[in-house]
Design a protein around this ligand. Structure first.
Ligand code: 5GP
Length: 230
């Protein structure tokens, strides 16, 4: 009987040690932010913007990135320089990326540099669960699960240059998606706070949205923000 319980406790100890080791080595991050950008707010700044070589993007939120994060608010970056971006691995996704993940930086570009930057800085930190193709395809899929512009418009919040309360923007996304977003603002050329980026949190398997474990203070928005046209 004594022998049996010694065996049991040894088994429990080994099982605990194993799970601690396995969990700590496979847990490269805790969750993702899916970050989307309002093109009108990227363009309506001192810096301005340049339309992609493929043409003016739609008047819709565009993807900025899918960013692995830790629960304490910090995040890993540039995790594997040897896994370099290879456009040939995502050739079937390029036309969708041009529409849904446009680049607005100057001078005009086709998008490859922006996507390569996002893969190198953020994507390589999630390579334990997403290879390059899966990283970009999953990001597109997640974006299409929740239509941010419809959510805002459904609450009467339109990209028409008017001011809206930050509370009404947050609440419109909450009501439509079931999740609390992180809202970030930038300033237009007159210094007005404007709706720049909306982030939602995604579980560590990149399979579905979750309530954010942490909502860091982004650039402050002020209680009332402009939603510029595009
Ligand atoms: P982050 O480092 O925040 O993941 O990505 C921002 C980087 O991507 C910056 O270096 C920025 O110049 C570049 N970039 C290229 N195109 C875009 C764009 O359309 N929107 C944003 N926000 N950044 C872009």
């Amino acid at each position: 009987m004594k022998m049996q319980s010694n065996h049991d406790s040894l088994f429990i100890m080994l099982a605990t040690l194993y799970s601690v080791l396995v969990l700590s080595s496979s847990q490269d991050f805790d969750f993702f932010y899916l970050v989307q950008e309002w093109p009108g707010s990227h363009c309506d700044t001192e810096q301005g913007c340049c339309y992609p070589t493929t043409g003016k993007p739609a008047s819709d939120f565009g993807i900025h990135g899918l960013w692995p994060n830790y629960n304490d608010g910090s995040y890993p970056s540039n995790c594997n320089s040897s896994n370099s971006f290879d456009a040939s691995k995502i050739s079937d996704l390029i036309s969708r990326m041009q529409l849904e993940w446009p680049t607005l930086s100057c001078p005009s570009k086709d998008g490859l540099k922006f996507w390569g930057h996002e893969w190198k800085k953020h994507g390589t930190c999630a390579e334990s669960i997403l290879d390059q193709h899966a990283y970009f395809e999953t990001t597109l899929k997640l974006k299409n699960k929740i239509n941010l512009l419809h959510a805002l418009e459904g609450a009467g919040i339109q990209p028409n240059g008017q001011m809206y309360s930050l509370e009404s923007i947050t609440s419109a996304i909450q009501v439509a998606s079931g999740y609390t977003p992180r809202i970030q603002c930038n300033n237009d050329t007159s210094g007005n706070s404007q709706l720049h980026e909306i982030s939602l949190c995604v579980d560590s398997m990149a399979s579905d949205f979750i309530e954010c474990p942490v909502l860091p203070n982004g650039r402050s928005c002020g209680s009332s923000v402009e939603f510029p046209s595009f």
